[in-house]
Design a protein around this ligand. Structure first.
Ligand code: AMP
Length: 209
């Protein structure tokens, strides 16, 4: 089986978590969430967790050097080498994207695509308000979304400049959004295959498709 190397981006409330799970089932990559890795380190009380905790609590980003080295270590582990990855929550900054590009170039396994699951701010706000969790006041939600916006805009520009960005309209039912995602991913895999930057046939590419 050939492996895929994907980045998924999307606002909180965009359905990114659900779709990430489905993409993992469909293409078989390892789901790498840097937020989950950091939370696990905090829970385990490791040195890394101690360094990250205060920053995470304050809603600040962990430093690029620290997060880059965590990701670099994870990318060379056997399961990721074999199955590829779906990165979630990383890269967060253009510097992280440049670092990722470097790690992958070194390994000779370039990124296939970064998909941005796009759901308008008003819609994700309405979804989160409807969900009604205690920390989901409208003001709190706006603040988190503003932060995401300012963080992500330069990152989207970086991926677009490197011809690695596909925007998928996330405003539809789960099945439709999933079909949109797989069709852009399959398209990228075919292009990579034709360029010879991939080995083997794309996982979901039916013969003659
Ligand atoms: P998340 O679950 O992706 O929202 O991540 C939770 C927190 O972990 C963030 O608010 C950051 O403090 C930290 N974090 C996760 N991923 C990164 C990253 N790529 N760069 C810097 N900090 C990160």
């Amino acid at each position: 089986m050939t492996s895929v190397r994907l980045v998924i981006l999307g606002r909180q409330g965009s359905g990114k978590g659900t779709q990430a799970g489905r993409l993992v089932e469909a293409y078989g990559p390892v789901h790498i969430s840097t937020g989950d890795m950091l939370r696990a380190a905090v829970a385990a009380g490791t040195e890394l967790g101690l360094q990250a905790k205060a920053l995470m609590d304050a809603g600040d980003l962990v430093g690029d050097d620290l997060i880059n080295s965590i990701v670099a270590e994870r990318l060379v582990e056997g399961d990721v080498v074999e199955r590829g990855f779906l990165l979630d929550g990383y890269p967060r900054t253009p510097d992280q994207a440049t670092a990722l590009e470097g790690f992958l170039a070194e390994a000779g396994t370039p990124l296939d695509v970064a998909v941005n699951l796009d759901v308008p701010v008003d819609e994700v706000t309405a979804r989160m308000v409807a969900r009604g969790r205690a920390d989901d006041t409208e003001e709190g939600i706006r603040r988190r979304l503003d932060l995401y916006e300012s963080e992500t805009a330069p990152l989207l520009a970086w991926f677009a400049e490197h011809d690695l960005l596909d925007v998928v309209d996330g405003l539809a039912d789960e099945e439709t959004v999933f079909d949109r995602l797989t069709s852009v991913i399959d398209g990228r895999l075919r292009v990579g295959d034709a360029r010879g930057t991939r080995s083997g046939m794309p996982v979901r590419c039916a013969p003659g498709a």
